[in-house]
Each structure stands twice: as C-alpha cells, then as structure tokens.
Design a protein around this ligand. Structure first.
Ligand SMILES: [Zn+2]
Length: 140
C-alpha cells in the first residue's frame, strides 16, 4: 500500500468507489471518467506502479478478472466488443501510479479510436524485424 496512491486509498476504504468485483487479490471499479458506457478498472490489491513490479499471481488474476468482465459487459450492457488496455508507464498514458487494466466496452460509433504515428505507413523491412526480434529473444 502507498500513502500517496488514490487506488490504495480506495482499497483502504478511504476514498469512494463503485465496485463491480472483489476478491482477496483484485478489485474492479467503475471508471469515474468513462471512455464508454461501462468502462471499468481492474486493480490488484498489491501496490505496484508498473506491470513488471507486480507479483505474477496477482498480475494473472488481474487479467483473468478483466477477461471475465469483458464477457459480462457483452451480456449485460450490450457491448459488441471490448478493449483491454494497460497504460504501463507515463509515456504510455498511465495516470494513476498503481498498475491496473482498463476494461473498455465497445459499441458501434462510440467515438473511441486509436491514432498511429506517421511511420505506420512505412513498415520496417523483414531484416529490421529480425534484428529487433533477435534482441528480444536474447533477453528472454
Ligand atoms: Zn496503490
């Protein structure tokens, strides 16, 4: 737990939240500024800023619950698709320094989209991909 963390405050019962799921390892709450109808956050009880800092059991439970809630929003809210989104680090749009998974129900023409850098139009060569993959394999 962190004294400065809004999610830890919620987990301690010191800040309000609307819960959709709770167990001994993770909780899920409604996002207070939802991107779409039914947008939730799945939050491990353990405080870790980044995904890599979280113990593997808690990380896997977080994704397992996100998967379950992704199914639930289809059956209860009429979502016809779901995005799971992790903002791992400030450059990746992390706004709360406590790892969490967004469950974003999707509906036709809901206004949520992705933008891509200009380089997307000019994909790398196979050789460049092999170089990148080689570095990743060597680290694994
Ligand atoms: Zn926290």
């Amino acid at each position: 737990m962190s004294d400065q963390c809004v999610f830890c405050e919620i987990l301690r019962g010191e800040s309000a939240a609307t819960f959709t799921y709770q167990d001994d390892t993770v909780v899920a709450i409604m996002d207070i500024q939802p991107i779409t109808h039914g947008h939730m956050l799945v939050i491990p009880r353990e405080h870790a800023v980044l995904m890599a800092g979280l113990n593997e059991t808690a990380a896997m439970r977080t994704f397992r619950v996100a998967r379950k809630l992704a199914s639930v929003v289809r059956s209860t809210l009429g979502a016809t698709g779901v995005n799971l989104f992790v903002a791992d680090g400030e450059v990746a749009f992390q706004d709360v320094p406590h790892f969490h998974v967004h469950v974003i129900p999707r509906y036709p023409n809901d206004g949520f989209g992705l933008s891509f850098p200009d380089s997307y139009a000019n994909p790398p060569t196979r050789a460049a991909l092999e170089t990148i993959a080689s570095a990743i394999r060597a680290a694994g």
